[in-house]
Write a protein that binds this ligand. Structure first.
Ligand code: IMP
Length: 185
């Protein structure tokens, strides 16, 4: 089986490629844009994306919508993570968090997968905290300012380590379990 991973984010492509290689699943990167409506959950974004891509005739594919949710900021940037990363960026988040002692946050990754006429939607969560300054040069997006364990940022971890505990790695694990349960792989 070959799953098409529909994304324009090279960081996500690398993570899916690494995870799928370990699982023995064929992988094809596909770039097709789809709308990301202003809704209140990642799951709603994924459901709308799946509807649009199916209507375009695509099959055996997955999409991923992710975000970082900061407790002190009442879940911001959350579903707005993409816009916020492009506008105020990591420095902007760090400014909003200046002097704040409760730095707890979590990442969520919602994956929607369409395969053999079935649709599966799963969400993986990775708890952690917002660092006081960027650390590390790897990864992408919010990786340099997010730490899952208070020691290393995601940007300081080798990809295979991040995939074991990350929101995306966990969502991929849940997806594989569901695909096996339904006898699709
Ligand atoms: P989207 O899922 O592509 O809409 O991503 C939303 C925003 O969160 C983008 O700015 C991504 O760079 C960022 N993002 C998504 N996943 C991760 C991750 O695993 N680490 C760091 N940033 C991420």
């Amino acid at each position: 089986m070959i799953l098409k991973v529909v994304t324009s984010n090279p960081g996500k492509v690398e993570e899916f490629a690494e995870a799928f290689a370990g699982l023995g699943i064929g992988f094809e990167h596909v770039r097709i844009s789809y709308g990301e409506p202003q809704v209140s959950t990642l799951e709603e974004v994924v459901e709308a994306g799946i509807r649009e891509l199916r209507a375009k005739g695509l099959s055996d594919f997955l999409i991923d919508d992710s975000g970082m949710f900061v407790d002190h900021l009442r879940g911001f940037p959350g579903v707005y993570s993409s816009y916020v990363q492009k506008t105020i960026g990591n420095d902007g988040i760090l400014r909003l968090m200046e002097g704040v002692s409760d730095r707890s946050a979590h990442f969520r990754c919602c994956i929607g997968c369409c395969i053999g006429g079935e649709t599966i939607i799963v969400t993986g969560v990775s708890p952690g905290s917002v660092l006081c300054e960027p650390m590390g040069r790897g990864g992408f997006g919010y990786d340099p300012i997010f730490s899952p364990d208070g020691k290393r940022s995601f940007a300081e971890m080798p990809l295979e380590d991040k995939n074991v505990i990350s929101h995306r790695g966990r969502a991929i694990g849940l997806l594989m379990k569901e695909l096996k349960r339904k006898g699709l792989i």
